[in-house]
Design a protein around this ligand. Structure first.
Ligand code: HEM
Ligand SMILES: CC(C)=CCC/C(C)=C/CC/C(C)=C/COP(=O)(O)OP(=O)(O)O
Length: 319
């Protein structure tokens, strides 16, 4: 393998192929720092916020605004990975990330993240308005300082409060068009805010071993699976009425309302399977991961579908 390049990956030498392959795998690592899969839903919800806002902006500015949301989310993901590199190295799910695996230097990741964060906020301010730029800066700060640095390692309520970071994007999209934050933007924020605990706690039920090893006080680690299932159920019950708020305040029509009801029914079905998984009728524990895994996957599909319905209702029926 004369043209092969070897590099240290987490202490083991790994063949990486030609220099072209090396460039590609390096690029993949920098992209991985941006948490692109999580970013997809963040960007989509931001796009819907922008589409449902009254008035409109030039398509080039709209694309720029959405790009800024993507870059800001990615930047905060990179800073999160820089700060969390010690615990990411311990958790199986995250151990192969570029920093703990030794493929990107922590300092380089931090500089990359800070540069992108500043660039996204400045660009948002120039392309749209100060309100959108300020809310964008606030979401980055929330994810980095409030969630990652302050709450994540301190309290099992970390994701309830810190989850607000991920609820801002539709508000940013709305503000990019209108220049202000109104009740409609707050309603979209509230939907994601209430959705986040069932979304994350479903995952944490089957990833709690990881969090326990890393000493992160996620709810199942601190209060147990039963309490986590109870809280998942309570937030899910709350999510259904909150998801109907766009129709109640006249922001969306009955088509959205119907879609939200049906989707809410499915959401409750998946979360109920998690809740009832604790015990069978005889009170014997028959817990397994399958319902929580299915509920986590559905939570993502749910939010994509709900925001699609919000946009479709507006674009098709002009509600
Ligand atoms: C504090 C709040 C949140 C926490 C702690 C959290 C945590 C997580 C974790 C640990 C994963 C698994 C990722 C992996 O396998 O590496 C995940 C996946 C995901 N999250 Fe969240 N999340 C939060 C909020 C959000 C928000 C607000 C959104 C979007 C609106 C979102 C969208 C997604 C998506 C799309 C995935 C799937 C990624 C994949 O396919 O791997 N999350 N989340
Ligand atoms: C516009 C903007 C700045 C949005 C950013 C908000 C954002 C991406 C929120 C999502 C929150 C999230 C992915 C938390 C993951 O938790 P974690 O970091 O504990 O997950 P990990 O264990 O996978 O690192």
């Amino acid at each position: 393998m004369s043209d092969s390049t070897f590099r240290q990956t987490g202490g083991a030498s790994a063949p990486l192929g030609t220099s072209d392959d090396l460039d590609l795998s390096e690029a993949r690592d920098w992209i991985a720092l941006l948490k692109p899969r999580v970013m997809s839903l963040v960007v989509f919800s931001g796009l819907v916020g922008l589409l449902v806002a009254p008035g409109g902006i030039h398509p080039v500015l709209a694309v720029t605004a959405i790009l800024c949301v993507a870059v800001a989310a990615g930047a905060s993901g990179a800073i999160n990975m820089w700060y969390d590199r010690d615990i990411d190295a311990i958790m199986r799910r995250t151990a192969n990330r570029p920093i703990p695996a030794g493929r990107i230097r922590p300092q380089a990741a931090l500089s990359f993240g800070v540069f992108l964060a500043v660039a996204s906020v400045v660009m948002m301010g120039l392309a749209t308005n100060m309100v959108a730029a300020a809310v964008l800066a606030g979401s980055i700060a929330f994810y980095v300082f409030i969630y990652t640095m302050w709450l994540k390692r301190r309290t099992p309520q970390n994701i309830v409060i810190g989850g607000a970071a991920g609820a801002f994007p539709p508000m940013i999209g709305w503000a990019a068009v209108t220049g202000h934050v109104s009740i409609e933007a707050l309603v979209m924020f509230a939907i994601i805010f209430v959705w986040t605990p069932p979304h994350f706690w479903a995952l944490s039920l089957y990833a709690s071993g990881d969090y326990q090893r890393a000493g992160v006080p996620m709810l199942p680690v601190v209060s147990g699976a039963k309490e986590t299932r109870r809280q998942i159920w309570l937030y899910s019950l709350l999510l259904v009425p909150v998801s109907l708020a766009p129709t109640v305040i006249g922001m969306s029509g009955l088509a959205y309302g119907g879609a939200a009801l049906v989707l809410g029914g499915f959401f409750l079905h998946y979360m109920w399977r998690v809740k009832r998984d604790e015990q069978d009728e005889a009170g014997v524990s028959r817990s397994n991961d399958a319902p929580a895994r299915a509920a986590f996957r559905f939570s993502i599909l749910y939010l994509f579908a709900l925001f699609t319905a919000l946009a479709a209702d507006k674009l098709v029926f002009g509600a």
